[in-house]
Every structure is written in C-alpha cells, then in structure tokens.
Design a protein around this ligand. Sequence first.
Ligand code: TYD
Length: 404
Amino acid sequence: MATSCLVCTGPVTQFLDLGRQPLSDAFPAPGDDLSREYFFRLALGQCSTCTMVQLLEVPPAERMFHQTYPYRSAGSAVMREHFARVAELLLDGRTDPFVVEIGSNDGTFLRTAAERGVRHLGVDPSGDAALEAAARGVRVRVDFFTEPLARHVLAEHGPADVVFSANTVSHDPNVNSILRGVAALLAPDGVFVFEDPYLGSVLANTAFDQIIDEHVLFFSARSVVGLLHRAGLELVDVERLPVHGGQIRFTAAHTGARPAAAAVDELLAEEDALGVHRMSRLREFAARTADRRRALVALLRRLRAEGARVVGYGATAKSATVANYCGLGPELVSAVIDATPAKQGRLTPGTHIPVLPPEAFGPGTADYALLFAWNHAEEIMAKERAFAEAGGRWVRYVPEVSVD
Ligand code: TYD
C-alpha cells in the first residue's frame, strides 16, 4: 500500500503492519462503554523521495493530545535531571533570552527558566498538564504550536533565542507548519533544539514498541536535514542521547547562520554505512519484530501454564503496541503497575488490563514483572529492588525477549 508523505508528499511504501491498535494514551475507566474505543491501523512506511519513515494512518491530533492527556514528563527522576541539565546548557551564557518550548507538558524543562527569572513560554494542548506547569511557575499557552500561533507569539513577545522541544516535533503530522513557525519565531542567531526517538536506535534494538499513534515520524539525520531545509533551517549539530531507549538531540539554525559541527556529517555517513534508509534493512526489522512477538507470547503462555503470576510494569504508551500486537490481556498479564495518578484505576488501551499504583507491587505480589517501561529500567529496578530480592524476575522484550 502506498500513501503520500506527510513531509514532501512523495510516495510512502509500507514495511511493517502492527494491526488494529487503540490510542496509546487513552486509558478507559472501568465503567466506560468499551465498544466506543477508537482504533486505527498501526503501520509504518518509508517515503522513497525524502526517506522519512512514518505512520501510514495517523489518528487526528486532537484525539491524542487534549485537555486530559495523561503523560507527565516529571514521572521519571532521570528525565527531570535530564531536562534540568539541557535547560542549563541552553540558558548559560545568554543575556535576557526568550525561550519557547513546543510541547511543554508539566513544565519539567521550563521550570529552570522560570526559577532563573528567564522570559519563557510553553505551548501545549493539554490544559491539565499546563496547570501543573503553572504550579512550577511556568507560563503555558494551551494550544497546538503551528505557524499562525508562532506568528502570534512573535508579535506579542518578540523573537525567540531558543526554541526547545522534546518528543513533540516527531508527534505532529503538521510538522511543516511547526517548522515554518519555528523559522518565523527564531531570532537570526537563535537555535532550535529538539529531541526525538532515533530511527537508527529503533532498528538496532528492534524497539518495535516505539511505534505508537503518537510517534508519527521516525527521524534520521538524513530525513531531518530535508525536513529542516523545507523551512529554511539547517541542521548544525546532532548528539545521541541515552534517554527513552535512544534519541537524538538535533540542533538547527537559520540556513547559513551557524557552522555545522562535524558530528552531522559523521552521523550521515554512519547512516549510509548501516543502511538505515534501505528498504531491505527496514523489512529485516519487520521480520525481527514478528520474531519478538512469537517469543514473548510463547514465554507468557508457558508462565501461565506453570501458574506463575505476571504483571506489567509501566503503563507506557509503548506498552499499548506490545499488548495489542501480541494479544496480551488480563489472562496473561493480570495488572500493570504505574505511578501516574491519571492512569491508576483505569484500564490499558485496547487490552483492558487494570492499572494499579506501585503500592500494589512488591515482594510476593507477583512472580514475574514484564518491564514495559524498559527505557527506565535502571530507575525502576533500583526503586523496586525488594521485588527481585524476594525472588521476583524481570522480563524484557527489547532488544530480545529475556528473563533477568
Ligand atoms: P515513558 O516510557 O516515559 O513514555 P511512553 O508512555 O511514551 O512510552 O512512560 C513511562 C511510564 O512509566 C509512565 O506512565 C510512568 C511510568 N513510570 C513508573 O510507573 N515508575 C517509574 O519509576 C518510572 C520511571 C516510570
């Protein structure tokens, strides 16, 4: 099946189909009419013109990102520290900067600016998250970041010296409008810094659960160069990040405004050497994904036959893909543990496994914990050391299905 590219309208060829899937952050309440749950076909393809890897079907953005969107950046101590460090890095050495964040969520990144009295503005469609940001002293405009909105911000506040965005640029099918907006808002010597999942890491780790409704685009250095170019922006630096299982911090500027670091050409060359954009490589990833499903389902069925109690840990958006693709319901995974208040007491999207708070987990409560939040493994395993000490075992499926 071919459709047209969200970035350049070129032809997109499918290489992976993960089937019928719900919205990954839509947790129904037990009393809800479950027959009204929204489903779509989660399939991935590549544009043969600009190389961008992308979803073939994209649910409407307003259905995914709205007033009660439950994800919170502050839910991980590692991510809180990560964003504090990035904020310091971007603010240090600037006199009276104006900083804009696209997708400011609960203000975890901008709070550093707020605490230093730095002029700032977050833009985010979730009003609930914006209230939590306000409690951290962070100003948020509750809306989607688009080119018209960027022009309003420019008229009201003047040009931005720094535009930052984490896990948002790759989430929006209107990405060209975002980038034109950034280009309009950015001061002549300003920087646009964005962090998103990296296609190369997804392929290397067989991290098929990174494919969710919200991850509309999977960036590589090559596809980002083309994406930025369309808006008059240029990629001037790239840095690999260990967070969320492998991301890249892309730094962009107005074309010609700053010299590009050697790291950009190095990553472009590495991508060519690894064949990140080759259809054969993408199809091989799809085959490994099917292998992981077979192995995980076989393991969980065996554990059930042995009478073992299995729970999931982390009601991540990623876990919706795994659970729905592998057909994991409450009979295989009896509960999913998650520290996010807005998810607790609810059911997992599509598979309807109850979400319970961390207090329901611990020594003797389960024999196996399927680590859905594998990107936070260190933090979670340190916090839940007592589970393993009492003989509990952790199960992973990225990069391979394994029992710790
Ligand atoms: P995350 O992997 O950050 O993103 P996504 O939802 O996009 O896949 O989600 C982490 C989830 O795990 C989030 O719901 C919070 C939860 N969590 C805990 O319950 N305890 C923890 O210690 C950590 C770090 C996360």
